[in-house]
Design a protein. Sequence first.
Length: 140
Amino acid sequence: MTSDANRTPREVFLALVNGVADGRWEELPELYAEETDVVHPFDPLRRPALRSRDELREHFRPNEDVPRLMRKAANITVHETVDPEVIVAEFEYQGTVVETGEAFALPGIFVMRVRDGEIVSSRDYFDHLTAARVRGQQVT
């Protein structure tokens, strides 16, 4: 078994997207460095970067007021770069909204830097409008 500090960027990315898909919310912040820089450049609400594990714990905290999603990570392609800490990962979450049975596909691209087995920075590009729609939220 690979120790956490020896996890490759690919392994950390897969732990992240599969952890989200499986709803392992309490485990996800531990994939990040204590001080990190996570930005969602396409977020229409322009929320600030997440800079710490505590902020990530809040970000990943389950919200009981939104529809439940059954999802899996699919169509995963991880591109390694000349910098051994950096990957570009393409994927999508495929799933259904439990309450309505509505199917969805939510594409994403992460540009992620992993050092000593922890995410130190990530640029997470998502279809935020689809994400809001499947959660029953409106983006104005």
